[in-house]
Design a protein around this ligand. Structure first.
Ligand code: HPA
Ligand code: ZN
Length: 346
């Protein structure tokens, strides 16, 4: 822990914005803003069932995860060319850099696209080119995590993995997303074992709406290194202890939890319970175009609602580097940059 001068509550939002941080839970298709959806529909000659950007935004009122997923997969339907994937990711990187995000590990859902006849090469080459340019133009490092859709079969996940293997050097990890309840991690035991043998990093969404049991099986059956969301762990003391002792990170997304009605308001979010239990928590935006905020919005609104202080800010930012899949040296350099921000902030 670095030592820093006390920071007044009025200055805290500025510190939250200015501190360097990594984002480890962002679905790139969830960064597609309505303006870009309409622009891509126009250039690809597609009709949308919404008159304009405002009526599409008005449809963003969700009662649970599935009601969001229905609109999210429909929105992703405008992505057709490599340039579409590039433009989507580039727009997100520009927005993230403005929030002092210095490293991103981003999810993509290839099955959403290959099911519509879009080639795996189109998806991965477009996203990868945007990652390369993000470093050159914005100084931001970015890596891709390919997710399997858990509402589909394990066989379909195996087929997706096969299609992606020619691009293995452009993917650092494998994740698991989509509708959680009824699709437990163990449904994907064999394909995750294969991915581990291939040398991929492994993560999975668990304990967003699903029970703590899904977090246990993500750890013990899939052998993931991080849990995405994981907030339901607060209902299982033994699990909290396991996460804390193993320094297994939870990539928590407060505005997502709010918009998908996991909590009635941000003040009810259980982030403080997770921090008090010593769990390595990080804050993330999940699907920022749909949930009303990018990373700094998540930080500022959550800190305000829960009265969190500068020490929590430091811990969360440091956790984001600790939990990343960066090399040790790079991770250390970013932590030093974080220390410097806190030491020189006034
Ligand atoms: N949960 C599960 N699947 C998702 C999410 C999420 O929050 N966002 C995009 N796909
Ligand atoms: Zn997610």
């Amino acid at each position: 822990m670095t030592r820093f001068r006390p920071i007044s509550p009025q200055r805290l939002p500025e510190l939250l914005r200015r501190m360097p941080k990594a984002e480890l839970h962002i679905h790139i298709e969830g960064s597609l803003e309505p303006e870009l959806i309409f622009a891509m529909a126009r250039r690809n000659g597609l009709n949308l069932p919404y008159a304009d950007v405002d009526s599409l935004r008005r449809a963003y009122a969700f009662g649970n995860l599935q009601s969001f997923l229905d609109i999210y997969y429909a929105g992703a339907g405008v992505l057709q060319t490599e340039q579409d994937f590039y433009d989507m990711a580039k727009a997100y990187f520009v927005r993230a850099a403005a929030d002092n995000v210095v490293h991103v590990e981003l999810f993509f859902d290839p099955q959403t696209h290959t099911a519509r006849g879009v080639g795996m090469a189109t998806v991965i080459n477009g996203l990868h080119r945007a990652c390369v340019d993000a470093f050159v133009e914005l100084g931001l490092t970015a890596a891709l995590i390919m997710c399997f859709l858990r509402h589909l079969s394990e066989q379909e996940a195996f087929e997706t993995l096969e299609q992606a293997l020619p691009f293995q050097d452009k993917i650092i990890g494998i994740g698991l997303d989509s509708g959680e309840v009824g699709n437990p991690p163990e449904k994907f035991a064999k394909v995750f074992a294969r991915c581990k043998a291939l040398g991929f990093h492994l993560v999975a969404h668990a304990g967003e709406e699903g029970p703590p049991a899904y977090i246990w099986t993500a750890l013990d059956v899939l052998h993931v290194e991080r849990i995405d969301h994981g907030v339901q762990a607060v209902h299982d003391a033994a699990l909290l202890q396991r996460l804390a002792q193993g320094r297994i990170a939870l990539t928590v997304c407060p505005l997502s939890n709010l918009k998908l009605c996991v909590y009635p308001d941000l003040a009810s979010h259980r982030l403080p319970t997770l921090l008090d239990a010593g769990v390595v928590v990080t804050l993330n935006s999940d699907d920022p175009a749909y949930f009303g905020g990018y990373l700094n919005d998540n930080f500022v609104q959550t800190f305000s609602a829960l009265n969190l202080d500068a020490e929590a800010a430091y811990v969360l930012a440091r956790n984001s580097f600790e939990a990343s899949f960066l090399e040790t040296g790079t991770r250390r350099d970013l932590m030093a940059r974080l220390d410097q921000t806190f030491e020189t902030f006034d």
